[in-house]
Design a protein around this ligand. Structure first.
Ligand SMILES: NC(=O)C1=CN([C@@H]2O[C@H](COP(=O)(O)OP(=O)(O)OC[C@H]3O[C@@H](n4cnc5c(N)ncnc54)[C@H](O)[C@@H]3O)[C@@H](O)[C@H]2O)[C@@H](O)CC1
Ligand SMILES: Nc1ncnc2c1ncn2[C@@H]1O[C@H](COP(=O)(O)OP(=O)(O)O)[C@@H](O)[C@H]1O
Ligand SMILES: [K+]
Length: 499
């Protein structure tokens, strides 16, 4: 998996790589520039005139190298330098020297903005080297570029965005950020959505072993990581091999949640799926999802204090979708935590009940995965000012209670008791629809029931769920609903080459 390291460690990483490979830093910069151009030529046609803004550090060096390479590929390029080129970094200067004479170069301070135009703006002003908020001429430039009607693309980082912290002040508002080798942490924060734009990660050849010495243990979960996590089956496999799971939840008016979670578990590959719901749910479930078995609790509208019988029948449980927060249901949850020692996902009202009955938190442990969205997590652990603080609190929570937390949202964070923090890459905003979380619960419960470890089940569940959302979104766009996501689960296996 691709490790995410702090921006301040990038220099050290590059130095170790360069030394070990016996290449120059200029050569590494060229690799980065080539990687950017590979992506660029696929996206933007040469009819578009390009304005490349270069600082005088290595981000500016990238900008210079990219200008040369795109010019060689037939683009019309103009370069604008921010700062004094005489004080530039070594590789900025080298790339400045080899810039073809046919490319016009101008200092930003000399630009007459009156009739200035460009279809595409490439930002190579500052990258991970930023050490203070933008001010003065830098701030003026970035504000001006943000208001300009052009396509804006950032090299490595949008200028002004700190690589690991929350933005203070202003930064370049990129429509695309092409970041090298790994996503800098701040590119994954929801607060920075309008600065990062669409995130593209380009491999520049620095293999994972160069990252190993760096802390924290933070990773980016990508498509290539998923197939090896999956189990295989053979011609003689029977439904018992695919696990028997139970989804526990539902209440009057919220039976759909448990129904969707159950169908998602079936579509993910569970051999047998049962639901445990209040009495009023039996007709709904039996008629709308005949593949699932249903057991009911005594009360009509909510789950009473008695958990299902014979829990050892199940390889995994998923608890919470549509469950409501009745005080009797809280007792049932406590009983479940006492009685059931197998793997369990707790979601939605299950999490809300943990928050309102905090003594239950001490009953969590390695076998349990909680799947809160941002607000649910804050109910558990207290308010957070921003995602940076939330990430730290998630890590603390997991260390204290030794369970897995999936903090849902764009780039869902999977925090594991082994101390790793793992950000997901799949998914898009079409997943932001009622019931998408219930689908995720069903999927993770299914993987747990199939014998995947909590970490494997969380990784596969979150990645496949995001991919199913992408596939559903391609067809249904903003009309995507949770059932469309379920319908695409089988196709995610196809996409990943899994039987
Ligand atoms: N080995 C290399 O040289 C590689 C470097 N890469 C590029 O190099 C970038 C990092 O380069 P640098 O470390 O030179 O840093 P930057 O180019 O991001 O910044 C340069 C300098 O700007 C100054 N600065 C910081 N904050 C400022 C502010 N608010 N206003 C004005 N000036 C400010 C600092 O003195 C800093 O050293 C990466 O983001 C990436 O684009 C890539 O080419 C990959 C390989
Ligand atoms: N912008 C987004 N990008 C990627 N995934 C998203 C986005 N918005 C929501 N999701 C995913 O959709 C799901 C929504 O879950 P949740 O908030 O519990 O919704 P609900 O309670 O309606 O089911 C989560 O898995 C979340 O990660
Ligand atoms: K930049």
């Amino acid at each position: 998996m691709q490790q995410i390291i702090p921006g301040k460690s990038v220099k050290e990483l590059d130095a170790a790589f360069i030394k070990d490979k016996g290449i120059t830093s200029y050569k590494l910069m060229e690799q980065a520039a080539l990687a950017f151009c590979d992506w660029f030529v696929e996206q933007i046609s040469p009819e578009n005139d390009l304005a490349v803004f270069c600082g005088t550090g290595n981000n500016g060096g990238d900008g210079m190298a990219i200008s040369r390479l795109l010019w060689e590929r037939g683009y019309s390029v103009k370069v604008f330098i921010m700062g004094d080129p005489a004080n530039g970094s070594k590789d900025f200067k080298l790339n400045h020297e080899v810039l073809p004479e046919a490319i016009p170069v101008q200092l930003v301070e000399n630009v007459n903005w009156e009739n200035w135009k460009a279809k595409v703006i490439i930002d190579g002003v500052l990258g991970v080297g930023i050490n203070r908020p933008l001010e003065g001429a830098y701030l003026d430039l970035i504000k001006r570029l943000n208001n300009f009607p052009a396509k804006r693309i950032a090299i490595d980082m949008p200028t002004g965005l700190p690589s690991d912290e929350i933005l203070e002040g202003e930064a370049f508002k990129a429509m695309f950020t092409v970041s090298f080798q790994f996503p800098k942490m701040a590119l994954l924060f929801p607060e920075h959505a309008s600065y990062t734009g669409e995130l593209v990660i380009k491999d520049i050849g620095i293999s994972p072993d160069y990252f190993e010495t760096f802390e924290p243990k933070m990773y980016y979960l990508e498509k290539k990581d998923i197939p090896e996590l999956h189990k295989s089956f053979d011609r003689f496999s029977h439904k018992g091999n695919f696990g028997k799971v139970m989804l526990i939840g539902g209440s009057y008016g919220k039976m759909g949640a448990v129904r969707m979670a159950s169908e998602a578990a079936l579509r993910t590959g569970s051999g047998l799926v049962s639901c445990f719901v209040p009495r009023c749910g039996i007709q709904v479930l039996q008629s709308s999802l005949p593949e699932a078995m249903v057991e009911v609790s005594e009360q009509d509208h909510y789950l009473d204090e008695y958990p299902p019988d014979n829990l050892t029948r199940y390889d995994a449980l998923g608890v919470g979708p549509g469950m409501g927060q009745h005080s009797k249901t809280a007792i049932m949850l406590e009983e479940l935590l006492k009685l059931y020692k197998g793997p369990m996902v707790i979601d939605a009202d299950g999490i809300n009940l943990l928050a309102s009955h905090p003594h239950l938190l001490n009953m969590l442990g390695h076998n349990i995965i909680l799947t809160p969205h941002l607000k649910e997590f804050e109910r558990l652990a207290g308010a957070c000012a921003h995602q940076r603080e939330r990430v730290d609190k998630v890590a603390e929570f997991v260390e204290k209670f030794q369970c897995t937390i999936i903090l849902k949202g764009a780039h869902s964070l999977i925090a594991c008791p082994d101390g790793t923090l793992n950000f997901n890459s799949s998914g898009n905003a079409y997943l932001a629809t009622g019931g998408a979380g219930d689908v995720l619960t069903g999927m993770i419960t299914s993987f747990l029931g199939q014998g995947y470890s909590p970490k494997e089940a969380a990784f596969c569940g979150v990645y496949h769920h995001g991919l199913a959302g992408e596939l559903a979104g391609k067809v249904n766009r903003r009309g995507t609903i949770a059932s469309d996501i379920i319908a695409k689960i089988p196709q995610t296996y196809l996409q990943l080459g899994i039987h």
